[in-house]
Write a protein that binds this ligand. Structure first.
Ligand SMILES: [Zn+2]
Length: 414
């Protein structure tokens, strides 16, 4: 009897402990809601509401300074000038050229990084002039990623105006080379990973967020044959024949929808002239999946097809790896504190957030280093990486409030 009573007590303790550990999403929502009802957080939101025009002006001014990947210095100088006007604890550049600004907390909280990238995909010398019509703002780079650069600046001002003191440190990183080499984020993460608790990459996104990164492998495959004139003896064929056969077969491969995966052959080429058999026929492959196993399996099947088709016509295969970045996932991350809080923030802001594991931005570098990380953004935009890029203006102000709520929810407030 005694034994069974103590067993029951033990069971109750275990269940209670488990419940305390696994907070439900509604508890996170309550926690975030209470935070958003605080008068200082409301004050910060009021500041954002009162400053729509100056936020828009600054967003435009930053966008009009072109910042091709690797040539972000002029835009960085401008942002630095703004940061120097705020009460911040540290403003500096690191060895990669990232601009870093620290808003220290009381020292009893976590270190939370917010990242927005400064670089664009546009060529040096492009004259950028922003235009506004029908509630939208048009310019190359206005969305990717200038909307999020501006969102961070606006939240810093709003936090200061409302005299919000966080417990943890907020580290704002304006990164370089997101669009090309990821040199900015890789340098920052490598130099700071031991100190970072959570990493929020603001890039794209508005209503939802990602909590894992998709793996992306880019290749250029060549069939190398003897070539020849159109009228030379056949076979040998033009190297375009195994290329055509291989492409047809690769498109027959089963590419799973779950885990989310994609395969695209977007570029191809052969001889330079009509009257020659190609001695080098090539095509590109863009292979993506949230699972590294799926990528490895499709890689293997593609390799087999290429080898078989080359052997069939007595040719060789040459492979150029353009780039490779693995899928970035932390086991159980969907249930992590960061992801739960982020979901709660979105719900409190009135979003029904899509939460996906297929991000493709600076967040992956943090996840690969084992740092809990999400990516989201401050506003809805269209036409990223095109000259017709544009964003809705009005939602940005709500997006800025969302980022601010995320900042105080993660860093904690006094
Ligand atoms: Zn971007």
């Amino acid at each position: 009897m005694r034994k069974s009573i103590s067993l029951v007590i033990l069971l109750i303790i275990v269940v209670a402990f488990a419940q305390a550990q696994v907070k439900s999403i509604s508890q996170y929502i309550e926690q975030v809601k209470a935070l958003s009802d605080r008068s200082d957080v409301k004050g910060a939101n009021a500041y954002i509401d009162l400053n729509h025009q100056s936020i828009l002006r600054e967003w435009i001014a930053i966008t009009e300074i072109n910042a091709p990947s690797g040539q972000e210095q002029q835009r960085a100088k401008y942002i630095e000038g703004l940061l120097r006007q705020y009460r911040l604890d540290d403003i500096h550049y690191d060895s990669a050229g990232n601009l870093i600004a620290v808003r220290k907390g009381t020292g009893v909280g976590p270190v939370i990084v917010f990242d927005a990238h400064m670089d664009t995909v546009f060529q040096p010398g492009l004259q950028i002039k922003v235009t506004i019509r029908d509630g939208r703002v048009y310019a190359p780079g206005i969305g990717d990623d200038t909307r999020n650069v501006e969102a961070l600046l606006a939240t810093i001002r709003a936090l200061n105006e409302a005299k919000i003191k966080t417990k943890g440190d907020l580290v704002f990183v304006f990164t370089v080379e997101e669009e090309t080499t990821f040199k900015g984020v890789n340098t920052f993460v490598n130099q700071n990973k031991a100190k970072i608790d959570q990493y929020i990459a603001l890039d794209g996104g508005y209503e939802g967020f990602t909590y894992a990164g998709i793996g992306i492998n880019w290749y250029r495959y060549h069939f190398i044959g003897p070539g020849g004139h159109t009228r030379s003896r056949t076979p040998p064929y033009s190297a375009t024949l195994p290329l055509a056969r291989a492409i047809a077969r690769i498109y027959e491969l089963k590419v799973p929808a779950s885990p989310s995966s994609n395969l695209n052959i977007g570029m191809l080429g052969g001889s330079e002239v009509v009257n020659a058999k190609a001695s080098d026929a090539w095509f590109s492959v863009d292979l993506r999946s949230t699972s590294n196993e799926v990528i490895a399996d499709l890689d293997k099947q593609i390799k087999t097809i290429l080898d078989e088709e080359a052997a069939r016509v007595g040719m060789k295969v040459k492979t150029d790896v353009i780039s490779k970045s693995p899928a970035a996932a932390i086991p159980g991350h969907r249930e992590s504190y960061l992801v739960r809080i982020s979901e709660a923030v979105h719900r409190v802001m009135g979003f029904d957030p899509p939460i996906t594991n297929a991000g493709s931005n600076n967040s992956s570098a943090a996840l690969l280093a084992g740092i809990s990380s999400i990516s989201t953004g401050a506003g809805p935009c269209d036409g990223a990486h095109s000259l017709a890029e544009n964003c809705e203006i009005e939602p940005l102000y709500k997006g800025i409030k969302k980022i601010l709520l995320l900042e105080v929810a993660l860093a904690g407030v006094e």
